[in-house]
Design a protein around this ligand. Structure first.
Ligand SMILES: Cc1ncc(COP(=O)(O)O)c(C=O)c1O
Length: 294
């Protein structure tokens, strides 16, 4: 499906992935991974079980993609994810595996390893989507998100220089969009946003609540020469931005999108005439505990 690119205020362009199937941008990677797996014969609909260790947005994207292509989905979801998220994943059609093992201290990685390594004795055929190492994560954005944005930009502005404010988990959306826009003749300046205390380039990570970005590994798809600016946002600024976006534009953005909105707003103060692009990755209602003090 094509999600809207909305010009919320002069030159603030927001790609509304919160309106995508399953409510976020990760469905792009999920759909590409599943459809390519089917094309290569590695996934057989109604036969293969797709397996992944995630309870985040990629899990929701996979539910949507697996239902579209008639494939069963097993997820190992860390107990660190909120109960409501785990319940929703189940209600929407995923089977959550290894609950007892996880409660006993096993990691989601260990939980998915066993079935993958013992397919024969379990009499099941598994396909591990492996989003951090699967090139189709990137291809999903090169083939869909990026070209959509390029087409939509043409209708909004004649300018070819775009400031793209983005964060990275795998780095697939950042790199895929950058690649597709560059192919369409755009000159893209990418700003990578991270939470204070994290620096993916140096492999430095701290605990934070910006779920989905700076996830504890260097984003595998990032090519660092593409990153022109690198900006760090603290929790209060992110929360203030979330509030501002809701009050001004009526959408309750997730934490990563709110951090990007803060950085995009600052960039527009410096260069109001340059189109500044950001992604509304997901919805803020997943993060209700994030309430700002003031
Ligand atoms: C809310 C949110 N924002 C940003 C990202 C980063 O996306 P990508 O993996 O394409 O870098 C993710 C990834 O899971 C996410 O869930």
């Amino acid at each position: 499906m094509i999600t809207p690119l909305i010009e919320y205020s002069n030159n603030l362009l927001v790609k509304m992935e919160i309106f995508n199937a399953s409510g976020n941008h990760k469905v792009r990677a999920a759909r590409q991974i599943i459809s390519s797996g089917i094309e290569r014969g590695e996934i057989v609909p109604n036969e293969t079980t797709v397996i992944e260790k995630t309870g985040g947005n990629f899990g929701f994207g996979l539910i949507s993609a697996c239902q579209e292509f008639n494939v069963d989905l097993h997820l190992a979801v860390s107990l660190g994810f909120s109960k409501i998220k785990r319940q929703c994943l189940e209600n929407l059609g995923a089977t959550l595996i290894g609950k007892d093992l996880l409660a006993g201290g096993k990691t989601p990685k260990e939980v998915v390893e066993y079935p993958i390594e013992n397919q024969e004795s379990m009499e099941r055929k598994y396909f591990f989507t492996d989003q951090f190492n699967n090139i189709d994560s990137l291809n999903g954005h090169i083939n869909t998100t990026g070209p959509e944005i390029a087409n939509q930009l043409k209708k909004i502005t004649d300018r070819k220089d775009i400031y793209f404010v983005s964060c990275a988990g795998t780095g697939a959306s950042l790199m895929g969009i950058n690649e597709a826009l560059s192919r369409e003749g755009y000159s893209v300046e990418v700003c990578l946003v991270e939470p204070d205390g994290c620096n993916s380039k140096d492999n430095t990570f701290t605990d934070h609540r910006f779920e989905g970005m700076s996830v504890g590994v260097v984003p595998p798809f990032i090519k660092w020469e593409v990153i022109k600016d690198h900006t760090f946002v603290n929790q209060q600024r992110m929360l203030d931005a979330k509030k501002k976006f809701f009050l001004e534009y009526g959408q309750f953005l997730g934490n990563t999108s709110s951090a990007c909105f803060h950085v995009a707003s600052e960039a527009l103060k410096r260069e109001p005439d340059r189109p500044t692009l950001m992604i509304a990755y997901d919805h803020g209602l997943w993060y209700p505990e994030m309430v700002s003090k003031n």
